[in-house]
Design a protein around this ligand. Sequence first.
Ligand code: RNT
Ligand code: ZN
Length: 409
Amino acid sequence: MFEEAKKAYAAYGIDVEEVMAKLADSAISIHCWQADDVIGLQNGGSLSGGIQTTGNYPGKARTFEEITQDLEFAFSLMPGKKRLNLHAIYAVSEKPVPMNKITVKEFEPWIEWGKKHNVPLDFNPTCFSNPMVTNGLTLSSPIEEVREFWVEHCKACREIAEEFGKRQGSPSLVNIWICDGMKEIPADRLGPRQRLKKSLDEIYAVKYDKNYVLDAVESKVFGIGVESFTVGSNEFYQNYAALNGVYCLIDNGHYHPTENVADKIPAMLTFYDKMALHMTRSVRWDSDHVTLYDDTMREITDEIVRCNGLDKVIMALDYFDASVNRIAAYVIGQRSVQKCLLNSMLTPWKKLAEYQDKGDFTHMMALREELKMLPIGEVWKEYLRRQGMEESIMPQIDKYEREVLSKRK
Ligand code: RNT
Ligand code: ZN
């Protein structure tokens, strides 16, 4: 059946072998925070402000050992190249370390882990879930001591990432997302933004070699509890990034529900040599549901592939569902993105674009519909086979739940 599928795609000028090799080589950065509902190792087991998870499925990881055990098992079911995306609150230390004082020392266990599993690390300052988040603000705070604390934190994170980059031979993406905003209608929107700009200027005053550190800023439209105002909005960060040589990270949960986030990719790539993505599924709002093989994600990967963007778009997952088995969430979400990429790579974009440029929208529409009935499932199964994996994942995950997760009480 695979051989037949190969022929079916060849008839459209698609080389399935080439596609499978490319897919296996497209790295996806896996977020460590699905393992434990964004709790981390520094906050005594609870989330406190700025971000939220829902659900209380049993068995979440509570220690470095449990998180890495879960990641290793989840990674064994995920095809293709993987990176690991860490948050600063995953610092490993006996006693909590103030977030403005973290150093590479607290991340040595992660560096070791990454080396052992051949998984490069990306990094994120944790500007939430901390008593220093004051009146809902961090880098945009009017309280100088608070603002400085978070500037120091972000600087420390970039320093740590530089070490990651040097040791792993691949740049570490440092993405800044802050929770800053207001529930009540603000009386001043300019002041917080000017302070955020000042903070970013201070953070990025230190220049790093792009072979070690890539910097990105992540915007948002609103969040629960900050419905009226988000300091780090899309316009704010796009302008900041363009003028200051940092990259934008686009999280597809962070826009109005009718906005087409896929469309932002070619717009950004017209001006930037790179950009980053947080891939998620937003149900009505930034709900961080597990990604699926759905229209929204397929449109996003379509844009990545047809913009020739596999080397330009840094792909990272960002969802945290605490209402389902967390390992299944990891694997289903990562596989769904791989499937979307596969679908996009199996599409003859050149032919479709030729029709578009000729103004022949009839043929463009007809060909698109024809392609939908091609045997992508056979290619996917063969791809998994070559990765030493199979389509069904739940028997192994159920076993892991029985033997490992259910014992975590
Ligand atoms: C929150 C942002 C942010 C976080 C992670 C944990 O809305 O999407 O990226 O999800 O940093
Ligand atoms: Zn995000």
